[in-house]
Design a binder for this molecule. Structure first.
Ligand SMILES: [Zn+2]
Length: 289
């Protein structure tokens, strides 16, 4: 199952206790349904997926005490939803359903069940709603930003929508909709991803450092060999002669390791200083020949 399906599966079970919240969620399903038709004696909707339709019937049962799909469903919806509580079935939800904070949460849940998708958190963060028109996308952005969520409208080949890319905002929205298990799973995936990014960064950094060390050691060896062949290590002052020989005999040793091999031992900066003197010496020898 995809992460989207997991979230929807969880959201089927989450329903507001108050009738106002239930109506708001029902209103979202009606408004975000793929198609809805209302005539004088008939009302029906086509939803995108099984999760939304399952929730639709749960909410119909809770709000209007309707058990099965038959003409009485349409009759009840015709009477109650459009006129009394839910406003007319247009592209945007009647603002009366979205007055309370609790109802806006329920409405977002209904919208996500109908037209929301979320990418697998191990692959990145992206949550998207597909909308019917700009008005619907605008209303969605308005409600989302009201909760402090960084939401943007988009137009994918003529189809309007709303997307959220920021991990923090996606986590917030899951919490707002009541998908607490999915939220935890997403946070866990996020932590794992950060740890593995961190490890990769460290490995890359260490590889770069090793390459740098090897490069520097290689140059030091070349300089020392140049001095040996064109001047003679015996003629060097004692400290430099010892340094040169230890470097040649220990081509892979780090500065700290070289320092410990010197008699008496010398710290990293002392080793660095002596090696630099040797390199400068090699350069001036090269220049004079
Ligand atoms: Zn409410």
């Amino acid at each position: 199952m995809s992460f989207s399906s997991d979230v929807k599966q969880e959201l089927i079970e989450v329903t507001g206790k108050s009738r106002h919240c239930q109506l708001a969620e029902l209103g979202a399903i009606v408004h975000f349904a793929k198609e809805s038709h209302k005539s004088l004696d008939h009302f029906d909707i086509t939803v995108e997926n099984e999760y939304a339709s399952q929730k639709y019937f749960t909410l119909l049962k809770k709000t209007f005490n309707i058990d099965s799909v038959n003409d009485s469903v349409y009759e009840a919806l015709k009477i109650d939803i459009p006129s009394a509580k839910a406003g007319t079935v247009g592209t945007v939800t009647d603002a009366r359903l979205l007055i309370k904070d609790c109802c806006r949460r329920a409405w977002l849940r209904g919208a996500f069940l109908c037209v929301g998708t979320i990418s697998d958190p191990s692959k990145g963060y992206h949550l998207e709603f597909t909308c019917r028109d700009e008005a619907q996308a605008g209303q969605l952005v308005g409600v989302l930003t009201g909760f402090g969520i960084d939401a943007h409208s988009l137009n994918r080949k003529g189809i309007p929508g709303v997307y959220i890319k920021e991990g923090e905002s996606i986590v917030d929205l899951l919490g707002i909709m009541g998908a607490h298990i999915s939220l935890m799973n997403l946070e866990n995936a996020r932590i794992l991803r950060e740890i593995s990014n961190d490890i990769n960064r460290k490995v890359n950094c260490e590889t770069a450092n090793i390459a740098k060390t090897v490069g520097a050691a290689e140059r030091q060896r070349e300089d020392i060999e140049y001095i040996r062949d064109n001047y003679g290590l015996d003629k060097l002052p004692e400290k430099l002669r010892q340094m040169a020989e230890i470097r040649l005999n220990n081509p892979e040793a780090t500065l700290a390791e070289l320092g410990e091999l010197l008699v008496p031992p010398v710290g990293k900066s002392g080793v660095n200083h002596r090696l630099r003197s040797l390199s400068e010496m090699a350069d001036s020898l090269r220049g004079s020949i």
